[in-house]
Write a protein that binds this ligand. Structure first.
Ligand SMILES: NC(=O)c1ccc[n+]([C@@H]2O[C@H](COP(=O)([O-])OP(=O)(O)OC[C@H]3O[C@@H](n4cnc5c(N)ncnc54)[C@H](OP(=O)(O)O)[C@@H]3O)[C@@H](O)[C@H]2O)c1
Length: 243
């Protein structure tokens, strides 16, 4: 398994000032993003270690409401060594966590809020239900970006204005598709899991127009179990220069 130092070096950010959106996903060899409705069965020790390192490097972890509904996201934060690494870098000990939703069909009692290790954010749009929005304002900072759906460039700018420039987006596929369509994705971190899933599971990116957008390989690491950690930069589109 790659060491913590190898992971920190392979995924190092060139600077913390340029706003950047980094995606992190896992997929099987046959391209499935889920098994039995979630990604947990695809993961392994190395993948979880990488996720912790990427979270440690982020100012904010952004997730779509579909992923929170499927996977919970209660108590999401970094552990002791990563919290200490963050403070050594002059960062708050925990990254923030942000939910993207138009419908706001999530209760303030949900573990996403109730077990949050830092005050969460909710990113929504002006058309969102006012009563639901008021209820969530009790437990989160609510950002309104856009009218009928979340304006994702405006979201990135609103986060950056709050000092949250290094964004780690952990999905899901529809949010990835929307960010990709807006040319906001700077980096794709993909763990290839040594699994074949079959069935009709979806892929890691959904909803965007079909294309063959090029990516540039930045690093490859593998572990003894056959998990392959791939780091790619967007070639056109994303703005955070990773060269
Ligand atoms: N393999 C992996 O690495 C991985 C990673 C993450 C998730 N997953 C899996 O993916 C599945 C969930 O997929 P998904 O595509 O439904 O999840 P998703 O992208 O997390 O959530 C989609 C939802 O996010 C909100 N949203 C996205 N873009 C928006 C925009 N521009 N404006 C307003 N709201 C926006 C909407 O929420 P509202 O409906 O609330 O308005 C939308 O229904 C789960 O099974 C999960 O386990 C896999």
């Amino acid at each position: 398994m790659p060491s913590r130092e190898e992971l920190l070096a392979a995924y190092r950010l060139p600077d913390r000032e340029t706003p950047r959106i980094r995606m992190n996903f896992i997929a099987s060899v046959d391209g499935a993003a889920t098994v039995h409705g979630g990604s947990a069965e695809l993961g392994g020790v190395t993948d979880r270690a990488l996720m912790q390192i990427l979270r440690a490097m982020a100012d904010v972890i952004v997730v779509g409401a579909g992923t929170v509904r499927a996977e919970g996201y209660g108590g999401t934060g970094v552990g002791g060594a990563d919290a200490a690494w963050r403070t050594s870098q002059g960062l708050p000990d925990q990254p923030r966590l942000a939910l993207v939703s138009r419908g706001l069909e999530i209760a303030p009692q949900h573990p996403f809020f109730a077990e949050a290790v830092a005050r969460p954010l909710v990113v929504t749009c002006a058309d969102a239900d006012a009563a639901r929005r008021r209820a969530l304002e009790e437990v989160a900072d609510v950002l309104v970006c856009g009218e009928t759906s979340v304006d994702l460039p405006a979201m990135r700018d609103a986060l950056a204005e709050r000092g949250l420039r290094q964004v780690l987006c952990e999905g899901g596929p529809h949010l990835f598709g929307a960010l990709y369509e807006d040319r906001l994705v700077d980096e794709v971190c993909l763990t290839l899991a040594p699994r074949l899933v079959g069935g009709d599971a979806g892929r890691i990116l959904r909803g965007a127009d079909e294309a063959a957008a090029r990516l540039r390989l930045l690093s490859v690491l593998a572990d003894a179990e056959g998990f392959v950690l791939l780091r790619y930069a967007s070639v056109a589109g994303g703005e955070g220069d990773l060269s």
